[in-house]
Design a protein around this ligand. Structure first.
Ligand SMILES: Nc1ncnc2c1ncn2[C@@H]1O[C@H](COP(=O)(O)OP(=O)(O)OP(=O)(O)O)[C@@H](O)[C@H]1O
Ligand SMILES: [Mg+2]
Length: 505
């Protein structure tokens, strides 16, 4: 690696009301470097990158960027167009794609004038294909993005940044939605692009990939720089102590006795548009007091499975039996009434109403309770008391219970959803990628809560692409492949990997 500096963030500070998101933060980036930016949920990582990309105007400090000849100049603050022109690209923590447009339109949107785009779509497609060939990031290009898996959407987001000829690429939790294999491939491609002089800052909570793929690590805590370390000198303990000052531990998996079935799916089928939307005559029983792990590469039927259990999708054949009663009306309200708790995969889209307050989001599924309303009149005081208690209990940090939920950091949005779900003491919990995007401490907390819920008798379906998480938490494991389940006793990573790839072990 050479040591030509390409970017300098100097003494940046940013507050939102009483919340100091960044305080006097400085950061340098070198050409061809892969820098990992770490910190707990709410530490200020996204805010810092949003200032770099011009989404937020710093309260103080400035930013200097080198042009192609190595000449430094000051970046105009609060101007995304200027950032893009300076060769800076950012892939956001949550999706920013237009769901009704296809990938080509999304990638080129804003980069090409619309009129020339219609004429030159094939030219744009060629450039995109070139980027795909060189980055290894593939996704269906010609169907609406809303129908892609989250993994595919993430790849489209990255292609969109690459399409703008970036020299500095910022990735905010790029692998949070990718499978371990996809994540490795992505980083191998990023490493190759970095070797070819792309400079990269990525935010991640996954220490394994940070240690494997970054050159240098910078850590924020409570909005401030607390340390920088060469990756070659780092290990998990060192990073963890920089981030939180203490060690976190994962709970031990213990064997508990299981009870009666809480959920049975019988001969359920959904004939979707393709593999990702189909279920092929599946049967499943979840018992009280167990965590059933559903492993698999996303796009193999997890989405319709989750859709069914949360009442968003209706099967074409088969039955859903909850707590020994067939569910006749399959819709979300009915599932909530039958005490199904749901931690959705796409938390921004399906987990919160961003414009509603944190407090309202916490009762969104219990709005009819007398405690919270009377003949349609909201009981504000009860709602906010309820919220304050949950925010403390679940350590949801941010601008407070009256603020719109969309102002919470990514990890804190997930904590809000967890608080809502666990508080209701559900009979069945559908946990779809529950620790995605959470820092180590928060992820360990989710694990504790799931185990706690199991131990008081809930049945839990844990859908996760993180095999380590499945192995750590699941009492029983099913692998999903091509819309069907493969039952297995094995707890061997390699064998599970083969089943996930559709090869019988
Ligand atoms: N627009 C905003 N208005 C008010 N508060 C905000 C806003 N944006 C961020 N914050 C607050 O600033 C703090 C830092 O948030 P930020 O999103 O930068 O954290 P983060 O390190 O990216 O966390 P995570 O790992 O959970 O994504 C949080 O307390 C967040 O709630
Ligand atoms: Mg963030």
């Amino acid at each position: 690696m050479n040591y030509k500096k390409v970017l300098s963030l100097k003494n940046l500070s940013k507050s939102f009301g009483r919340i100091v998101a960044n305080q006097d933060v400085s950061l340098d980036l070198y050409q061809g470097e892969i820098l990992a930016l770490l910190g707990e949920n709410g530490a200020g990582k996204t805010t810092l990158m949003n200032m770099l990309f011009g989404h937020y105007i710093p309260d103080s400090g400035h930013i200097e960027v080198a042009d192609e000849t190595g000449h430094f100049s000051e970046l105009t603050l609060g101007n995304p167009q200027g950032a893009i022109a300076a060769g800076i690209g950012m892939v956001h923590q949550h999706f920013t794609l237009a769901e009704n447009l296809d990938a080509v339109d999304n990638i080129t949107l804003g980069a090409e004038p619309l009129r020339s785009l219609r004429r030159n779509r094939s030219k744009a497609e060629k450039k995109i294909q070139y980027l795909i060939d060189n980055s290894g990031l593939s996704a269906p290009l010609n169907i609406p993005v809303g129908r892609l898996t989250v993994g595919e959407r993430q790849r489209v987001e990255i292609l969109k940044a690459l399409y703008r000829n970036v020299r500095i690429l910022v990735l905010d939790e790029p692998t949070a939605v990718l499978t371990p294999q996809e994540a490795d491939t992505l980083f191998e491609n990023i490493a190759a692009m970095a070797a070819d002089s792309l400079s990269v800052i990525f935010i991640s909570h996954k220490l394994r990939e940070v240690l494997a793929f970054s050159h240098r690590i910078s850590v924020l805590r409570l909005g401030k720089n607390v340390g920088e370390i060469d990756t070659s000198e780092a290990d998990e303990q060192k990073i963890a102590s920089l981030m939180v000052g203490t060690k976190t531990s994962h709970p031990e998996r213990m064997v508990t006795s299981v009870g009666s079935p809480v959920l049975r799916l019988e001969n359920l089928s959904i004939a979707g548009r393709g593999r990702r939307d189909s279920l092929k005559n599946i049967n499943l029983t979840v018992f009280s007091g167990e965590i059933l792990g559903v492993a698999g590469v996303s796009g193999n039927g997890q989405a319709p499975l989750a859709g069914l259990i949360s009442g968003m999708l209706r099967p074409e054949a088969g039955q859903i039996i909850l707590d020994n009663q067939e569910v006749k009306q399959i819709n979300p309200a009915e599932m909530i009434a039958k005490r199904v708790g749901r931690i959705p995969e796409d938390r921004h889209r399906d987990g919160i109403v961003g414009s509603m307050s944190v407090a309202e989001n916490l009762i969104i599924e219990g709005l009819n309770e007398k405690k919270f309303q009377n003949y349609g009149m909201l009981k504000r005081e009860n709602i906010s008391k309820h919220a304050e208690a949950l925010l403390t209990d679940y350590d949801v940090r941010g601008p407070g219970s009256a603020a719109p939920a969309q102002l919470l950091s990514g990890g804190n949005i997930q904590k809000l959803i967890l608080a809502r779900v666990f508080h209701e003491k559900p009979l069945l919990i559908l946990a779809n990628q529950p620790t995605r995007g959470l820092d180590m401490g928060a992820a360990a907390d989710v694990a504790h809560r799931l185990i706690e819920a199991r131990d008081r008798g809930a049945g839990i379906i844990l859908i996760s692409e993180d095999l380590d998480e499945i192995l750590r938490l699941a009492d029983r494991i099913l692998v999903m492949h091509d819309g069907a389940f493969v039952e297995t006793e094995t707890r061997d990573r390699a064998e599970l990997g083969l089943l996930m790839a559709g090869q019988a072990a």
